[in-house]
Design a protein around this ligand. Structure first.
Ligand SMILES: Cc1cc2nc3c(=O)[nH]c(=O)nc-3n(C[C@H](O)[C@H](O)[C@H](O)COP(=O)(O)OP(=O)(O)OC[C@H]3O[C@@H](n4cnc5c(N)ncnc54)[C@H](O)[C@@H]3O)c2cc1C
Length: 433
């Protein structure tokens, strides 16, 4: 009988999670999530971003909930702060693990390449597709064939449709190896700033709380309670409010809910209510996510570009919401306080940083990575490149901020809202910025 180690790097759910499938030969299993110690120190292994207090709090909540779910199934979760690759290799050695299972990741999977080199001889590494609608086996093109542009990707998909039936949660899980470490550190131990935050609904009336159950609650609200799929096309460019878009991105990014589960709910709604332009548009957005994910896998490390030179003073003003451009400042304050931004606001602040202030897009992407509770490597770095017009999308997307303000915030409700919530320097410290 075998001992397996599942290394979670996302996909923090029990249902529809191929990483938690059980091979008949597996009798014991460790399920491990490693918080990179370098992230808590303020920089990641690539020297980029670190993790802000909001993002860390959301991640911790997801891990805590998953641990509760796994315990009920006879398993457990180990969350450790360490250098991820060396910890996984050490555990594999110590507990005579014969197989490490991990998900495929975007942006040059340096971690798995390093892990493959340092695992003990008896242990093999198995990569499983998870988190996207298609897998490398089902995508109707090879990775090399993923086209440069979104529209060509969409054309290439044609009428192909991905699996839209999710897999139920497994009834049980293999036993935890005797004497193996388990559990997760308290949030206070990880970060006092993150622990001191609260989960009161944000100014839009929505509380982002991490975990599989809150994810399902939001999915039900969006699909069945608010009927967003009937109006999404008209509302999706909103800036203020809880219901103009799904706000599912934090749970999708951490894998508390899978893209397939979201698609399944969408198809069920369409079966009952009839497909319309809004529901089709929502599907189209899931395909944008898909596009960035496959593009990021194709690009590997090139996704991140070369390390930029130090940011200028303009970047600092942008980051602090102090550029003097009201809409941009409002959005940057929202990002700091809530860890989330609408798609419209993301596009505008990205365009402003790169095309108006002349700063390097990579500083913006790294700042987003630090702050966003829905940070997703492929979607974040891919969208930044897309706006900047570098790499596969060599056409800059430049937004006229004054015109956009008139169109999307005509009565300045959004600007006034965030202006009233003017941030003191201490607010930034409280959020670990
Ligand atoms: C500069 C920039 C950085 C971004 N960084 C991230 C990020 O780190 N993580 C992230 O999930 N999204 C990112 N996005 C994409 C998009 O802004 C968010 O997914 C969306 O705003 C989340 O809100 P929602 O869940 O209400 O989306 P909805 O409008 O309800 O869309 C449903 C889902 O479709 C997907 N989606 C929608 N638009 C996009 C898009 N343009 N690219 C990729 N997926 C999309 C998301 O998973 C989203 O949850 C970024 C966009 C820009 C312009």
């Amino acid at each position: 009988m075998e001992t397996e180690l599942v290394w979670l790097r996302g996909e923090l759910r029990l249902a529809d999670n191929p990483l938690l499938d059980i091979a008949p030969s597996v009798s014991e299993r460790l399920v491990v999530f490693v918080i990179d110690e370098a992230l808590l120190d303020g920089t990641s292994a690539d020297g980029v971003a670190g993790i802000g207090a909001r993002r860390l709090r959301f991640l911790w909540q997801c891990l805590k909930e998953l641990r509760g779910t796994l315990l009920k199934k006879g398993s457990d979760l180990l969350v450790a702060v360490d250098e991820p690759v060396s910890l996984v290799a050490r555990l594999a050695e110590q507990y005579q693990v014969t197989r490490v299972v991990a998900s495929e990741a975007a942006g040059g999977d340096d971690q798995l390449e390093r892990l493959a080199r340092c695992l003990p001889r008896q242990c093999r590494l198995e990569r499983r597709g998870a988190g996207t609608l298609w897998t490398s086996q089902t995508l109707p093109m090879t990775l090399d064939e993923v086209p440069a542009s979104w529209s060509a990707f969409r054309r290439r998909l044609g009428e192909a449709s991905p699996r839209s039936h999710s897999r139920p949660a497994p009834a049980t899980q293999p036993a935890w190896p005797e004497r193996a470490p388990r559990g997760l550190p308290s949030l206070q131990r990880l970060s006092r700033e993150a622990d001191a935050l609260n989960d009161a609904p944000d100014s839009a009336g929505l509380a982002f709380v991490g975990g599989e159950a809150p994810a399902w609650q939001r999915l039900d609200d969006v699909v069945w309670e608010s009927d967003l799929l009937a109006t999404y096309q008209q509302t999706r460019n909103g800036l203020i409010g809880a219901g103009f878009s799904s706000r599912l991105s934090p749970w999708l990014a951490l894998g508390c809910v899978s893209a397939t589960q979201v698609l399944e709910a969408l198809r069920e709604w369409e079966d009952r209510r009839g497909a319309n332009a809004s529901s089709r548009h929502f599907y189209h957005e899931l395909l944008w996510r898909e596009y960035f994910h496959w593009a990021a896998r194709q690009e590997g490390k090139a996704l991140f570009g070369d390390p930029p030179s130090s940011p200028g003073q303009a970047f600092e003003c942008w980051r602090l919401g102090a550029t003097g451009q009201p809409l941009i400042d409002a959005a940057m304050r929202e990002l700091t306080v809530s860890g989330w931004l609408s798609n419209r606001a993301r596009q505008l602040v990205a365009s402003y940083l790169v095309h108006d202030l002349g700063e390097d897009w990579r500083h913006g992407a790294a700042w987003f990575e630090r702050c966003l509770i829905d940070h997703d490597v492929a979607s974040n770095w891919g969208n930044w490149k897309y706006i900047a017009g570098v790499g596969r999308n060599a056409k800059p997307r430049i937004f006229d901020i004054d015109e956009q303000s008139r169109r999307y915030d005509p009565d300045e409700r959004y600007v006034r809202h965030w202006k009233e919530l003017s941030l003191q320097p201490s607010s930034y410290e409280a959020l670990g910025h």
